[in-house]
Structures are given as C-alpha cells and as structure tokens.
Design a protein around this ligand. Structure first.
Ligand code: ADP
Length: 220
C-alpha cells in the first residue's frame, strides 16, 4: 500500500531512508535547509523543498499534518531535532520517527511523543560488535534490554540433518526460529517443525540475550 512520508534532514541517514522509500514506490516529501542537499534529492524524492523545519508556519504551509509518517533525521542540531519533533507531534501526525544522537536526546524525544526513536550509530555498533565477538553471529538486533534477534550460522555438525522439532529449539534453547536462510534462495520464513536443518544454514532466532549466547556457544 502506498503511504506518504516526510523526511526532515537529508544527511546520510535521512538520505538513505529517502532513496529506499522511493525505490519501494512510496510518496516522499524531502525537506532540508541546505539548498545543495535538496538539489541532490530533487530527482529522487517525490517533492524536495528547501526550508527551515524549525519555522512552524513553513511546516504548516507544507501540509505536514496530512502525511502518514514524519521522519526527523536532523543530525547534530539536537535542539532543532527536539523542537521539530514537538511541532510535528502537535500538528497531529500519526507516526513520528526521530533519530537520536545520544541517550539523553533519545529520552527527550520519547517524552515529547516520538513514536519511534532510533540511534543508528549505536545500533550499528552493537550489531558489528556481536559479529566481531562471535564468528557464528552474523547479525544481531537488540529488541529490548533482554531480548534480541540474531542470525546464527549453523556450524556444529550435531545440528545437521535434524528437524527443528528434533532439535527442540523452544524447550532446549528457549528460542523461536523465525526464519532460515539457505544459500541464495529466498529465506524460509516461519519454518515448519519438520524443516530439516542443513550445514551452513543461517537460523534467524528470537529470544533472551543469554539464550542467544548459549546457542552461539553450542555452535563451537
Ligand atoms: P547524518 O548523520 O544523517 O549524515 P547530518 O547532520 O549530516 O546527519 O544531516 C542532517 C541534515 O539535516 C543536514 O542536511 C542539515 O542541513 C539538515 N537540517 C538541520 N537542521 C535543519 C532544520 N532546522 N531544517 C531542515 N533541515 C535541517
């Protein structure tokens, strides 16, 4: 379904979101106070406008409140990011995603009503660190303080040729296998209990951090 998005701030983060949304066929209004940045996105975004998003009249005249989602992707200027998020919230936009620079910034954004707060540098750092610590953990996403989603390479022969049911993931490991990646083929999403695990499969699992670590140890 086609949805409408406003992206405020066309740095690396906002720019990358803009490209991906447009490639997925979504409608995107891109805003930046820098003319150079806007020129760069003129032929990419559905509409691109040079404007200072801190100016409430400008935001109103652009009809921001009629969009489904607003992404506040202002980088360094924390004060601007907070003010813009607050104004967009007051205009009644149904879904606001804001980028935080640090933990304090994130807390303020949550308090003033951002529906989602992301911290791309920190999150990417965590993903890469887990991948550096363990050669079996190929990707890692923290879902909360206790739970995560991880993609784990099946490198222990004890797992090969057994079904998910026989391996008893839920009971033995407390983990749910939500997908299996096998070579170049499309991932097997929500695999059946009879699915046979093969050498070099990648299991995408969800569970408690300690359970993910335990499975990781078992792969060695
Ligand atoms: P990133 O880490 O995503 O590369 P940047 O700091 O490079 O972040 O990018 C943030 C963008 O937000 C810049 O292009 C900047 O011009 C834009 N920006 C900052 N403040 C405002 C504002 N008040 N209104 C509109 N755009 C803004």
């Amino acid at each position: 379904m086609k949805q409408s998005f406003v992206i405020i701030g066309l740095g690396r983060f906002g720019g990358s979101i803009c490209r991906t949304l447009v490639e997925s066929g979504q409608e995107v209004l891109a805003i930046d106070s820098s003319e150079d940045r806007v020129n760069e996105y003129m032929n990419i975004a559905t509409h691109a406008v040079v404007a200072n998003a801190q100016d409430e009249m400008t935001l109103r005249s652009l009809g921001i409140r009629n969009f489904d989602h607003v992404i506040v992707a202002i980088g360094e200027d924390i004060q601007a990011s907070i003010l813009v998020t607050l104004m967009v919230k007051e205009m009644g936009v149904p879904d606001i995603l804001a980028k935080a620079q640090n933990e304090y910034h994130a807390r303020v954004l949550e308090k003033i009503g951002a529906d989602r707060v992301v911290h791309p540098e920190r999150d990417m750092g965590q993903r890469i660190a887990h991948n550096l610590i363990s050669k079996n953990i190929l990707d890692y996403l923290e879902l909360s303080d206790e739970f995560s989603l991880a993609e784990i390479n099946v490198s222990n022969r004890k797992f090969y040729g057994k079904t998910l049911d026989e391996l008893d993931f839920r009971q033995r490991f407390g983990l749910n296998v939500v997908a299996i990646r096998r070579g170049k083929q499309d991932p097997i999403v929500t695999p059946a209990a009879e699915e046979v695990v093969q050498k070099d499969d990648h299991l995408v699992v969800i569970g408690r951090d300690e359970d993910v670590d335990y499975l990781d140890e078992k792969m060695n």
